[in-house]
Design a binder for this molecule. Structure first.
Ligand code: GLC
Length: 429
């Protein structure tokens, strides 16, 4: 480890600390009779609290201010519902009511929280914050709520009991306009207007069903067992099992491990399409595969147990310049896919640009399977993106130009990448 990485790390820590000062949202929510303290994804574009963003922010904060990292988690859990659900958005500081006909239909039943979920990355965020802070004492405070959330995922989002949870609207996957859903939601082309119309019609129908998951499953309009969300679900069930074991809950740990294994077996058994060298999401009651050639199909590289032949195929795709191996990887869509665009069209997201959170997971996954060099090259490219173009929402995979929100907080995950190299604490394992 050269001195350069240490110098780079201290520069990056300074930049991230400034960003997380600027994006900090703190106050008292009279509507909830509680104080809040979180990092918003972007002051101009996304001023509220988002679920998976917040988990990433807590992980980054655990490197610079573990007290704030704890507060981020506590604020995220403050609006957990009695059944265990944690909303994907909380409009903590919003004063005006939401227009129920707004195109991004996430208001749901309450004007303060959404009825949607996001990829369930909570357990790993909590584990990182505990590991770098108060350990078991923090786990004891928050783990019961975290456990209830994963029980909710299992009970409410996996009614066919195959171990895979379903997203009930496109944005629940966190990869809003991914081309993997185009045919399923009836969109052709990349025009923002088409997505707005398609999303609205799904949202209106779900609103008519009272946002009730059971009724939405029965209607079967948008039900997707999405690959990346389920890889993260498997990973997080494993991490939760480890945290429960730390608190001497052997039964809880065994149950979560068994659930993780079921999720992993379903991903390998039902989603892997050898002919495409891709993992496909499954749509609807009849579980039709949604071929996509998107970054989501590569995410199973994170699975701890993966046949070497599959590792080889996925690593090969990540290295191939005509596929995912661009100069500034990892593009959210393969270069070989007709929907691939290096530059975004308006506010249509996840159709080619590189995102730092995906890079973070993919590099970790590659390292788990001994692909050290490829992992490092993805991390190096991520660092170069942030150092050159700043903390942007997403980046051009060919030129490195940044797009979308400015001061985008989860791009600070590069701090996590570099910290693991310079002063590892085992979290990347
Ligand atoms: C966009 C992203 C989503 C993220 C949100 C807030 O909608 O697609 O994943 O959570 O912005 O940053």
């Amino acid at each position: 480890m050269g001195r350069t990485d240490r110098t780079r790390l201290s520069d990056l820590r300074r930049a991230v600390s400034a960003l997380y000062r600027d994006n900090r949202q703190q106050g008292y929510a009279a509507w909830r009779s509680t104080a809040y303290d979180f990092v918003c994804p972007s002051v101009d574009t996304y001023p509220y609290q988002w679920f998976w963003d917040s988990c990433f922010h807590a992980i980054v904060l655990s490197r610079i201010d573990v007290g704030r990292a704890e507060a981020e988690i506590v604020s995220l859990l403050a609006n957990q519902q009695p059944d265990g659900f944690v909303p994907h958005m909380t409009y903590w500081q919003r004063e005006r009511p939401v227009d129920p006909n707004a195109p991004y239909q996430v208001a749901g039943r309450s004007r303060r929280i959404s009825d949607s979920m996001q990829p369930p990355v909570l357990a790993e965020a909590v584990a990182a914050v505990a590991r770098r802070g108060r350990g078991a004492a923090f786990l004891r405070e928050v783990l019961p709520a975290v456990h209830r959330f994963y029980d909710w995922c299992d009970r409410v989002r996996d009614p066919d009991r195959d171990g895979l949870i379903a997203a009930l609207e496109p944005h629940e996957t966190g990869m809003d306009q991914t081309p993997a859903f185009d045919a399923y939601i009836g969109v052709s082309g990349s025009d923002p207007v088409h997505f707005e119309a398609a999303w609205r019609s799904i949202a209106v129908e779900h609103a008519q069903l009272g946002h009730d998951p059971a009724a939405i499953f029965a209607r079967d309009r948008f039900v997707v067992e999405e690959v990346a969300s389920n890889v993260l679900y498997a990973e997080n069930q494993r991490v939760l099992a480890g945290s429960l074991a730390e608190l001497d809950d052997a039964d809880g740990a065994a149950e979560l491990r068994a659930r993780a294994e079921r999720t992993e077996a379903a991903l390998l058994g039902r989603c892997w399409a050898p002919g495409l060298a891709d993992f496909c999401s499954l749509a609807g009651r009849d579980e039709s595969p949604l071929p996509g050639s998107t970054v989501a199909g590569l995410m199973p590289i994170l699975l701890r147990v993966l046949p070497e032949a599959i590792v080889e195929r996925l690593a090969g795709r990540l290295a191939d310049p005509a596929d995912f191996g661009t100069r500034y990887p990892v593009p959210s869509v393969s270069r070989g896919h007709p929907a691939y665009r290096a530059a975004p069209r308006g506010t249509v997201l996840w159709r080619g640009q590189s995102w730092i959170n995906m890079n973070w997971y993919l590099a970790r996954g590659l390292r788990r399977h001994g692909r050290e060099q490829l992992a490092s090259s993805i991390e190096d490219a991520s660092l170069a993106l942030v150092e050159r173009s700043g903390f942007r929402e997403h980046y051009n995979p060919e030129t490195g130009v940044g797009y979308g929100a400015r001061g985008f907080a989860w791009s600070a995950l590069v701090l996590e990448m570099l910290s693991e190299r310079v002063e590892p604490d085992g979290s990347a394992g």
